[in-house]
Design a binder for this molecule. Structure first.
Ligand SMILES: NC(=O)c1ccc[n+]([C@@H]2O[C@H](COP(=O)([O-])OP(=O)(O)OC[C@H]3O[C@@H](n4cnc5c(N)ncnc54)[C@H](O)[C@@H]3O)[C@@H](O)[C@H]2O)c1
Length: 363
């Protein structure tokens, strides 16, 4: 069994439970009868269609941290799916591993059956998929209990995992951002700093190197040095990556990477990468604007995976249309960057306006 996203030592920046009442349509909190684990399914919005978002299996200090994560991530999926032009709402599910516990294969399998029952109980309001700590193989287990799951292994008739599509979408976003800040989409001779050489970052590194880009790369996992050597990239310590003078910083590790301190030290013209929830707080978007650094909002840039999962599972959609939709992420990124410049707003605000306009139109 492949776990696509190897659980990393530290979770993404987890928000505390919001003080304001959530505006989610439905939130299910249940103890899985087989696994004994807390399972949360948050359906933020079905305004555009059935909610779609991955299932995360992660260790949290307390189950309320898992709830906060599910609330925040499902809300972000509403924006991501709307900005990508999908007829999909936003949702997310989280299986909470209690602090200090690890899951053996049998309990992880049980957790997936429990998750399948939880998803099924929502009557089709939400469709799940793989995410951090899950995989296409585990989605096949979920499928034993519900039809509302996508991204099953290809050998079981599914569309598989979405990392290729995510990387293709981020690549399109990088080219659009490069054009915005330099006037050209040509990566040859341009300097990129890629932080995180996992499924998406590794693919991007290869694609950019093939285009003649100059690369500086890092990962908290030293074993990734081999890829750096293979591509002739310069390796930098993870803690120093954001200080490297370059054209574009490409965060492809975990979220929360753009803190005020990091942004003050950036020496690039643009930031565009796959990592979810890159901003440590909303204010950071303004700081990036003030520093004249073009930030391509993550939920626009990294939508290739969900576009793939949705459209590849839809009968009648061919490869050409799928490729065009993923490449279209570059057009959306370009439009967001131009709109932000034209209105003097942050790119975050511009992207949120685009997504909410689509949501409002559907209501
Ligand atoms: N895989 C997808 O289809 C997809 C889709 C949308 C968003 N994302 C997001 O993109 C990011 C990368 O996804 P992935 O599938 O490549 O994950 P992955 O787990 O395969 O790779 C992440 C890599 O980043 C490294 N890393 C973690 N923290 C780091 C840090 N502080 N500095 C440097 N390296 C660090 C890890 O060691 C790992 O090699 C994640 O935030 C993920 O949520 C992925």
């Amino acid at each position: 069994m492949t776990i696509t996203h190897a659980p990393a030592p530290a979770p993404e920046a987890h928000a505390a439970l919001p003080l304001d009442a959530p505006d989610h349509e439905r939130v299910l909190i249940t103890r899985g009868p087989r696994s004994g684990l807390t399972i949360i399914v948050a359906v933020h919005s079905t305004a555009l269609g059935q909610a779609l978002g991955g299932a995360r299996v992660w260790q949290y200090p307390h189950w309320t941290d898992a709830l906060a994560d599910a609330l925040r991530l499902s809300q972000a999926m509403t924006l991501k799916n709307a900005a990508a032009g999908l007829a999909r709402g936003g949702g997310k599910s989280v299986v909470c591993i209690p602090a200090g516990e690890t899951l053996d294969e049998a309990r992880r399998h049980d957790a997936m059956l429990d998750l399948g029952d939880a998803v099924e109980s929502l009557g089709g309001a939400y469709m799940t998929a793989e995410d951090v700590g899950t995989s296409a193989e585990l989605m096949a287990v979920v499928h034993e209990r519900t039809e509302h799951v996508c991204g099953l292994p290809a050998e079981q008739g599914g569309v598989g995992e979405p990392a290729d599509a995510t990387a293709a979408g981020v690549h399109a976003g990088i080219l659009a951002t490069l054009e915005h800040v330099t006037g050209s989409r040509d990566v040859a001779g341009r300097h990129f700093v890629i932080a995180g050489l996992g499924q998406v970052g590794g693919r991007l590194a290869r694609a950019l190197a093939a285009g003649g880009a100059r690369l500086t790369v890092t990962d908290v996992f030293e074993g990734k040095r081999a890829l750096a050597d293979e591509l002739g990239a310069t390796w930098v310590d993870a803690a120093d990556a954001h200080r490297v003078e370059a054209d574009v910083f490409v965060p492809c590790g975990l979220g929360g990477v753009l803190t005020p301190e990091v942004v003050r030290e950036l020496r690039v013209r643009a930031v565009v990468g796959a990592a979810n929830n890159q901003l440590a707080s909303r204010e950071v978007a303004e700081l990036l604007r003030e520093r004249g650094i073009a930030w391509a909002p993550d939920f626009v840039v990294n939508a290739g995976g969900v576009v793939y999962l949705d459209l590849a599972s839809t009968p009648g959609i061919g490869q050409d249309e799928l490729d065009a939709r993923i490449a279209g992420i570059g057009d959306t990124v370009g439009a967001v960057l131009r709109e932000a410049d034209a209105t003097g707003s942050t790119t975050l605000e511009a992207a949120e306006r685009l997504a909410t306009a689509r949501l409002d139109a559907a209501r």
